[in-house]
Design a protein around this ligand. Structure first.
Ligand code: C2E
Ligand code: MG
Ligand code: MG
Ligand code: MG
Length: 292
């Protein structure tokens, strides 16, 4: 049987299909999954807060909430290490809710002008109860819906655009704002911009970090800002790391920015202290762009 022979020979031509590295990776993976379940039970997933500032004044206008795993043995673990595993095992909903509720409670007594932006994974946008869940968290924390921004990425819209649209509409009906995260990294961005009621467009860090030395990245950021202005949606710029980038994006007319230049993600207590002291974050230096 020729087909069978061919199958056999193609099989034997492959390398050993379960090597030590892969086995190790699987063990680590399931250890992380078990760890996440344990961490969820013990409320080890906590919010960190990254300041968002008005670019012209340096005034803090909000914080993005970023999950951290406060691991009893390993210390703080960043989301890249656990969010994909949580997504794969259907735990991302519980995890996000734990982080969001703690963030809302922390921020409930902050200046009412301060908004909170939270991240929603693609798989959460296939949960038809998402809006109700978020509304329940808001009620539990006593946090007004108008101060909450929900960030979704374009890839969230692929699975089921109609369901996504339904969920987004119920969020909006509650007064919750909607941001399109990591703009520029997905597909058919312009179509999505028109079909869903976004209140903010977040320009992805990948364009921003190279902006000062790379004219094409600068052109993209400038063009997106102009486009957003035309449809009356303000932009938030991610990943501002230095004064030159701050000056450049402020010059393009971008309204709000975030990044390590203004402040790295910090604990809830640190954010509370920062707001209390309001020691100003940097304002743009005039013509900081390098000449040649
Ligand atoms: P994101 O929403 O695009 O968040 C921005 C990421 O960029 C954060 O990383 C932030 O720390 C980092 N960042 C901000 N400013 C700078 C900068 O100036 N320079 C550099 N090099 N990096 C900067 P983080 O905290 O590691 O989060 C990674 C991603 O994990 C987030 O990307 C978000 O998609 C996801 N994520 C975080 N928390 C949650 C959560 O509670 N639920 C869900 N579903 N996803 C979350
Ligand atoms: Mg990080
Ligand atoms: Mg985000
Ligand atoms: Mg982002």
């Amino acid at each position: 049987d020729i087909a069978l022979d061919r199958a056999k020979s193609s099989c034997s031509a492959r390398p050993v299909w379960f090597d030590e590295g892969m086995e190790r990776a699987l063990i680590v993976h399931s250890e992380i999954e078990q760890g996440i379940r344990y961490g969820l039970e013990h409320a080890h997933f906590i919010p960190y807060f990254e300041p968002q500032v008005e670019l012209l004044t340096g005034e803090i206008v909000g914080f993005e909430v970023l999950a951290r795993w406060d691991h009893p043995l390993s210390g703080l673990i960043e989301p890249d290490r656990f969010i994909p595993v949580a997504e794969e095992h259907g735990l991302i909903g519980r995890l996000s809710e734990q982080v969001i509720l703690a963030a809302l409670i922390q921020a409930a007594n902050w200046d009412p002008a301060i908004k909170l932006s939270v991240n929603i994974s693609p798989s959460q946008l296939t949960d038809s109860w998402l809006a109700q869940r978020i509304v329940r968290l808001l009620a539990e924390a006593g946090f007004p819906a108008e101060r909450l921004v929900v960030e979704i990425t374009e890839s969230s819209l692929f699975a089921d655009l109609d369901l996504a649209r339904t969920i987004v509409t119920s969020l909006k009906n509650q007064g919750i704002r909607l941001a399109l995260d990591d703009f520029g990294t997905g597909f058919s961005s312009l179509a999505h911009l028109r079909s869903l009621p976004f209140d903010v467009i977040k320009i992805d860090r990948s364009f921003v970090s190279k902006l000062v030395d790379d004219p094409e990245s600068a052109a993209i950021v400038r063009a997106v800002t102009t486009l957003a202005e035309a449809i009356r949606v303000p932009v938030t710029v991610e990943g501002i790391e230095d004064a030159a980038t701050h000056a450049a994006v402020a010059g393009f007319g971008c309204a709000v920015g975030q990044g390590w230049y203004f402040g790295k993600p910090m604990s809830g207590d640190q954010a509370t202290a920062l707001l209390r002291s309001r020691h100003s974050v940097p304002t743009p230096t005039v013509s900081a762009r390098r000449s040649g």
